[in-house]
Design a protein around this ligand. Structure first.
Ligand code: GRF
Length: 195
């Protein structure tokens, strides 16, 4: 059984989708949900599901990313994860942190990478007049929102879409994509999943 740790920064809707998918014959189970924000609403949602939680406030380490990561590593390594899922985790991780989990740290990004790495993906897709948008799950490398793509989900852009309406449509697709990709990854299946 693979041990999955999930890192969040906010509401944790992707975390909930992942946790709720890891049942029955799923080859992974959640062992920790951790956040850089002690007030992240997702922490209470994880605790309500009986998942161990941890919070390390990145604001306690101003300008010292390495010190924050050192503190985060304590509960993270104690959970002995096989897989780490970044799910709405909004901190950039240093190469040394990323390299420690090379090949077994996943992230979900709300665009069809390589389009629109970084922030404000929906507004950028709308400004470009894209007819499609979506989400990508990829292995995390030290380059931001880069790394081998494990899966993508596409959604239509509708006339009159705002960044908010598009974000909601993409988020629903994320909740289908991430659990499906994690299940395959935990089972050792390679090859992209396109939804
Ligand atoms: C989602 O759009 C996800 O793609 C991005 O963070 C947003 C919020 O995710 N990484 P969640 O609801 O906290 O899972």
């Amino acid at each position: 059984m693979k041990r999955a740790a999930i890192l969040i920064s906010g509401g944790g809707s992707n975390m909930v989708a992942l946790v709720d998918s890891m049942t029955g014959d799923h080859p992974a189970r959640p062992v920790l949900v951790a956040s850089n924000d002690p007030k992240a609403a997702g922490l209470a949602r994880a605790a309500a599901r009986g998942i161990p939680v941890a919070a390390v406030d990145h604001r306690a380490f101003p300008g010292d990313r390495a010190a924050f990561e050192e503190a985060l590593l304590e509960p993270l390594l104690a959970a002995q994860p096989d897989i780490i899922c970044l799910a709405g985790f909004m901190r950039i991780l240093t190469p040394s942190f990323v390299n420690r989990f090379a090949g077994r740290m996943l992230n979900i990004h709300p665009s069809l990478l390589p389009l629109y790495p970084g922030l404000d993906t929906h507004a950028r897709a709308l400004a470009a007049g894209d007819r499609q948008a979506g989400a990508t799950v990829h292995l995390v490398t030290s380059a931001l929102d880069d790394g081998p793509i494990l899966g993508q989900a596409r959604v239509p852009v509708m006339t009159g879409d705002t960044p908010e309406t598009l974000a909601a449509r993409v988020l629903a697709a994320e909740h289908r994509l991430y659990p499906a990709v994690l299940r395959r990854f935990a089972a050792g299946q390679t090859g992209r999943l396109d939804l």
